[in-house]
Design a binder for this molecule. Structure first.
Ligand SMILES: *Cc1c(COP(=O)(O)O)cnc(C)c1O
Length: 430
C-alpha cells in the first residue's frame, strides 16, 4: 500500500476538500509514523550543515527560485513551521488558491495583507459597512500613515463602486500616488448586504497603471470557505477570520490570507518582517477543526434555515435579514445566486419595538448565549447597535440599517428545534 501525502485525485477522480482534510500535506513517516501531525512546538530548526542553512535562506529570502524537487527548508517559526505549512496547504484547497498564509488573528491577516500593498500617498477603496476592527483600521489608523480611504456603501451597488473608483483615481492623481487596494466585505455584518466581487475586479483592471493593478481583497468570514469562493469570482486575496467558522469551537483566535503566489508573496514577506503569524499549537487546533468543517457548516446552515423560517412567521418579529429571503426584485438577488452557494448561518432580524424589546428578548434566552462572535458550534445572539457597532454615530448607524431593534444571531449545531423552543419562550417574555 502506498500513500502519497499530496494526493489530489484517485483513479482520475478529483478528491473533495473534505476528504483531503484528513491527511493532505502530512507525511506520517517524517514524524515517526504519527497519523496526525505532531505539534512542532519549537522556535527554531537545526540545519544539517552550513551549506543547507545557506540554501534554506536563499529560498526564504527570495535570492533564488526554489528548484523543482526542493522542499521549503525549515528555519525559524516566524518564517515557517510544519504545522502552519500543512494547515496552509489545506486552507488553499478550500479557497481554490495556489497558497494560503495563517496569522495570529483575522485582523492580523487583514492588516498584514493591506500593509503589503498600501503606501503613503496611496488610496484604499473599501466597501461599507465593514467589520468594526477593519473599519477602525481603514478609517482611523491608515490615514495616520498617509493612506487615503474612499468608501462606498454596499447598498449603492455598481453606481456607488464606480463613484468611489472615480474619486480614488482623482485623489491618487492629486498626490502622485495610486489606488493601492480595493477591499470588500461581503456579505457584510450585520445586515448581510452584498458587494459584487466580479465588479470589484473590473474596477481594479480599470485602474491598471504601468502594468500594475490594485489587488481585490475580499473578507470571506461570513460564508467562507464553504458557501462562497471569492477567488472564483475574481478576488486576488481572500481573507478570513479563522476564529469563526473554520476554528468553529470559539476556542481560538486566528486568520488567513489566501491567493495565488504572485499576490501572496508580498504578504508573506510582510508577515515575516512584522511577525503576525499563527503559533504552532493554534495551527494544530485549526487542522483538527478542518476535519469537521463541512459537517459543522452544513449542520448550522440547515439549522439556520429552520430558525429563520420560525422567526419570519412570528408576530413579534418585523423582518428577518436572511439571504434566502431576498425578494426576486431586490438588486442583490441575482448577485446572491451568482456569488454564493448558501445563506450560511449568521443573520439578523428586527424585533417589533426598540432597544427595550430587544434587551428583554436577549435577557430571556436560556440556551443561546449572549455574546459577540459567530461561527462556533454553539448559538450566539447579540445587539449590534449597543455592542459591536456602538462606537458609530447614531445617524451613521441608522444609515447602515443597524437599528435599535436589530438582533444578530449565529446559529450553531444544536438541534434546531431546541433553539426554536428557546426563541419562542424568549419572544414570549418580551
Ligand atoms: C471576527 C471578524 C474579523 C476579525 O477577526 P479576528 O479573528 O477577531 O481578528 C474580521 N472580519 C469579520 C467579518 C469578522 O467577523
Amino acid at each position: 500500500m502506498s500513500h502519497n501525502y499530496r494526493k489530489k485525485e484517485i483513479g482520475g477522480r478529483a478528491l473533495a476538500p473534505e476528504t483531503m482534510m484528513m491527511g493532505y500535506g502530512h507525511e506520517p513517516h517524517l514524524s515517526k509514523g504519527s497519523l496526525k501531525p505532531p505539534i512542532f512546538q519549537t522556535s527554531t530548526f537545526v540545519f544539517r550543515s552550513a551549506e543547507e542553512g545557506k540554501a534554506f535562506f536563499e529560498v526564504a529570502y527570495g535570492l533564488r527560485e526554489r528548484e523543482e524537487a526542493e522542499e521549503e527548508g525549515l528555519i525559524y517559526s516566524r518564517i515557517n513551521n510544519p504545522d502552519l505549512q500543512v494547515l496552509e496547504d489545506r486552507l488553499a484547497i478550500w479557497d481554490h488558491t495556489e497558497k494560503s498564509l495563517v496569522f495570529a488573528s483575522g485582523m492580523a491577516a487583514i492588516s498584514t495583507s493591506l500593509l503589503a500593498y498600501l503606501r503613503p500617498g496611496g488610496v484604499l477603496i473599501y466597501s461599507e459597512p465593514l467589520y468594526g476592527g477593519t473599519e477602525y483600521l481603514a478609517h482611523l489608523t491608515l490615514p495616520e500613515f498617509g493612506v487615503k480611504g474612499v468608501a462606498f456603501h454596499n447598498s449603492d451597488g455598481a453606481a456607488g463602486m464606480a463613484a468611489a473608483v472615480q474619486e480614488g483615481r482623482r485623489l491618487a492623481e492629486e498626490t502622485g500616488g495610486r489606488v493601492d487596494a480595493i477591499y470588500v466585505e461581503t456579505p457584510a455584518n450585520p445586515t448581510n448586504g452584498l458587494v459584487d466581487i466580479a465588479a470589484a475586479r473590473r474596477a481594479s483592471e480599470s485602474l491598471e497603471k504601468d502594468g500594475r493593478r490594485p489587488p481585490v481583497i475580499v473578507d470571506n468570514t461570513f460564508l467562507g470557505p464553504l458557501w462562497q469562493t471569492p477567488h472564483d469570482c475574481g478576488a486576488d486575496l481572500t481573507v478570513t477570520s479563522l476564529t469563526k467558522y473554520v476554528g468553529g469551537h470559539s476556542d481560538l483566535i486566528a486568520g488567513a490570507s489566501s491567493g495565488d503566489e504572485k499576490w501572496l508573496a508580498p504578504v508573506r514577506e510582510m508577515r515575516t518582517v512584522i511577525g503576525t503569524m499563527c503559533d504552532p499549537n493554534t495551527g494544530w487546533m485549526l487542522m483538527r477543526s478542518l476535519e469537521t468543517l463541512k459537517l459543522r457548516m452544513t449542520a448550522s446552515k440547515e439549522g439556520a434555515k429552520k430558525v429563520a423560517a420560525y422567526l419570519r412567521g412570528h408576530d413579534k418579529v418585523e423582518s428577518v435579514l436572511f439571504l434566502d429571503y431576498l425578494p426576486e426584485d431586490h438588486p442583490d438577488r441575482a448577485l446572491y445566486e451568482r456569488q454564493c452557494r448558501a445563506a450560511g448561518s449568521t443573520f439578523s432580524f428586527l424585533i417589533k419595538g426598540g432597544e427595550g424589546e430587544a434587551f428583554r428578548f436577549l435577557n430571556a434566552l436560556k440556551i443561546i448565549h449572549l455574546a459577540v462572535s459567530l461561527g462556533g458550534t454553539e448559538s450566539l445572539a447579540s445587539h449590534p447597535a449597543s455592542m459591536t457597532h456602538s462606537d458609530m454615530p447614531p445617524d451613521e448607524r441608522e444609515r447602515l440599517g443597524i437599528k435599535e431593534s436589530l438582533i444578530r444571531i449565529s446559529v450553531g449545531v444544536e438541534n434546531p428545534d431546541d433553539l426554536i423552543a428557546d426563541l419562542a419562550q424568549a419572544l414570549e417574555a418580551v
